[in-house]
Design a protein around this ligand. Structure first.
Ligand code: ADP
Length: 483
């Protein structure tokens, strides 16, 4: 009898069925018509957190959140009629109280006579799916409401998505753009940009704030800034790219206007300073002549006034000289050339010879590089920074100045360090402004233009200049020149 049972095909079928139920990824539960749980598979345990022992014999209502308890009688009524409930999307509660989105399929279970005696439920966790849907809805809302044009394309350059702002910016509707080559947006003389961008994307690189020109449907050209990122599939392979295009036409126009206004202002400053030199020279010469030839006619007070006149004219002369040097930074006609920074430093030091000697300064330097820039610019940088290092020396120590240079990525970073009076942190940036000084001319002579000149020079080489310093602790001025 036992032997026959072992080969009974219906037993085999049953075992197979229960193996399927157990290995299913969906929770499979059965219950009788009064709602008591009668079977509970492994996935039900995983999904709801109750073990089989905890669940069997319990009311199925323990899985239903309070505000959904009315669902159960309705489902049972349909099952009693022999109906099946398909993909019913609802929410259930886990043992730990957490709510989960699930999709239920419920079928009646019948006895051999065909009477409905219970129900089997298949429950699938749709939380991840729901979350993904929510995220993708959110993302598409963001993309649609963005002020920037957001476009995606595949690796052969065919447009695959096109948001509202792309329509506004380029004038093509979504229907007109999708499936078209992205090259329809590129002016003829810039067509070579696209293969370069595509090859960077294929390597997984991102292209950031690439300023270029694109063509609208009506043929007009726009200045845009593009940020392009590779789109990867789930295996990490680059399959396309997303482009964010920002219209910078207005910004470019304002930039151009500012540049023009600056140029005009500089031209004015240059002419005014230039034309002021001549009368000023006369004031100086004649106050000097008065002093030399007629001083015996003057009393002490008149001589004192004459002194102020001469001093004022000299200060103004220095101011004009420095202003001219400032405006000249952008006007230098000399070409950028390969220069030896060691030689430029030597000639700047020669000019400073007398102040170096008078202050007993000790100037040391590391070997400096050869680099591409205008000789006069590096000369002015050294002259201003070393001149300041000597001028703003500490009272109780002779100046020690060191000049060095290191190469960092695509730039040379020069440094001029001193052991002078230092600069209090709040002024570390202001001192680079035109006419900005921290002392009176009585304390230290000067015009407040030297560092502004240095700043203008380094900006011409896409570099920057800054100072590391604290009061009474010396200063390190650093500047970079892009190579
Ligand atoms: P100037 O020396 O003619 O006043 P600069 O533009 O060269 O003008 O410098 C601006 C100000 O920065 C100076 O007035 C001074 O207060 C401060 N400064 C510049 N270099 C140094 C330095 N090496 N140490 C301390 N302070 C400095």
């Amino acid at each position: 009898m036992n032997e026959t049972k072992a080969f009974d095909p219906s037993t085999k079928a049953l075992e197979l069925l229960s193996a399927i139920v157990d290995s299913s990824d969906d929770a499979i539960i059965s219950k009788n018509l009064d709602g008591t749980i009668t079977s509970w598979n492994k996935s039900a345990e995983r999904l709801f957190g109750y073990t089989e022992a905890e669940a069997i014999g319990q009311p199925v209502s323990m899985l239903i959140p309070k505000d959904r308890l009315d669902e159960e009688p309705k489902i049972i009524a349909r099952i009693r009629q022999g109906d099946r409930v398909d993909h019913f999307e609802t929410i259930r509660r886990r043992k730990d109280g957490k709510l989960i989105d699930i999709s239920l399929t419920i079928s009646p279970v019948r006895d051999p006579e065909g009477n409905v005696i219970g129900a089997s439920k298949i429950a699938r966790d749709t939380s991840a799916l729901k979350q993904a849907e929510k995220t993708s809805r959110l993302l598409s809302a963001i993309v649609d409401s963005s002020d920037d044009a957001i476009i995606s394309k595949n690796l052969d350059g065919t447009i695959t998505s096109w948001n509202k702002s792309a329509e506004r910016l380029f004038g093509y509707t979504e229907a007109e753009a999708i499936g078209q080559p992205v090259s329809m947006l590129i002016p003829k003389d810039r067509l070579e940009e696209e293969p370069k961008i595509l090859s960077r994307l294929r390597n997984g690189e991102r292209v950031d704030h690439f300023e270029t020109v694109r063509r609208r449907k009506d043929g007009t050209l726009l200045n845009i800034s593009l940020t392009i990122s590779p789109i990867k599939n789930s295996n990490g392979i680059v399959v396309g790219a997303s482009k964010i295009a920002r219209d910078i036409t207005e910004r470019k126009r304002i930039d151009d206007e500012i540049r023009r206004a600056n140029r005009d202002l500089e031209q004015f400053a240059f002419s005014a300073s230039h034309d002021l030199q001549e009368p000023l020279r006369n004031v100086k010469i004649y106050s000097e002549l008065l002093n030399q030839r007629f001083r015996h006619h003057f009393d002490g007070e008149a001589l004192e006034y004459l002194g102020y006149l001469y001093e004022g004219a000299t200060r103004m002369e220095n101011l004009i000289r420095d202003l001219l040097a400032y405006t000249a930074v952008g006007e230098v006609s000399a070409a950028v050339e390969e220069i030896d920074a060691n030689a430029v430093l030597t000639s700047a030091l020669k000019t400073l010879d007398s102040v170096v000697a008078a202050s007993a300064a000790e100037v040391t330097f590391d070997p400096l590089p050869h680099l591409s820039m205008r000789r006069v610019h590096l000369y002015q940088l050294f002259q201003n920074l070393i001149g300041n290092a000597i001028k703003y020396r500490a009272k109780d120590a002779s100046p020690k100045i060191h000049i060095a240079c290191v190469q960092k990525n695509d730039a040379y970073e020069f440094s001029v360090s001193d052991n002078g009076i230092g600069i209090a942190p709040p002024y570390r940036e202001t001192i680079f402004g035109l006419f900005k000084r921290l002392h009176t001319t009585q304390e230290y002579p000067g015009t407040g233009i030297g560092l502004a000149i240095c700043q203008r020079i380094v900006e011409q080489y896409n570099g920057r200049i800054w100072v590391e310093s604290e009061l009474n602790k010396g200063s390190i001025f650093r500047f970079t020149i892009r190579s």
